[in-house]
Every structure is written in C-alpha cells, then in structure tokens.
Design a protein around this ligand. Structure first.
Ligand code: FES
Length: 60
C-alpha cells in the first residue's frame, strides 16, 4: 500500500526504515521524505510507524 502518494512511499518502506532503527516520525520524514509535500499522509505514516515499532522486540 502506498502511504505517501506525493513521494511514492509504501507502508513496507516505512516498516523497513523502522527495522533499521528509526523510531520517530521526524526521523522517518528526514530519511524517507514522507509527508514533505501535501502532508496528507502524515497521520497514516505515523500509525504505520507506531504500530510497527510497537511490534518490534525491545532494542538492545
Ligand atoms: S501524500 Fe505524502 S506528502 Fe502528500
């Protein structure tokens, strides 16, 4: 599923970024550029990120 249409960023890419250690929306925005155009996707991107981070095992 595409979360950010403006920048063509999928939920999969957001989860992948979380797997690589991103935990906040600010980091996600900086790294992927999500929600840097119209901003419509911001809430959805946050939800995808938060849900995935919550499902990850505690970082060592
Ligand atoms: S849909 Fe993400 S910035 Fe427009």
């Amino acid at each position: 599923m595409i979360v950010c249409v403006c920048n063509n960023i999928s939920d999969r890419e957001i989860r992948q970024a979380a797997d690589f250690g991103l935990t906040s929306f600010d980091e996600l925005q900086r790294e992927l550029g999500v929600a840097t155009c119209c901003g419509q996707c911001r809430e959805c991107a946050c939800q995808v990120l938060e849900a995935h981070v919550a499902s990850l095992p505690e970082a060592a």
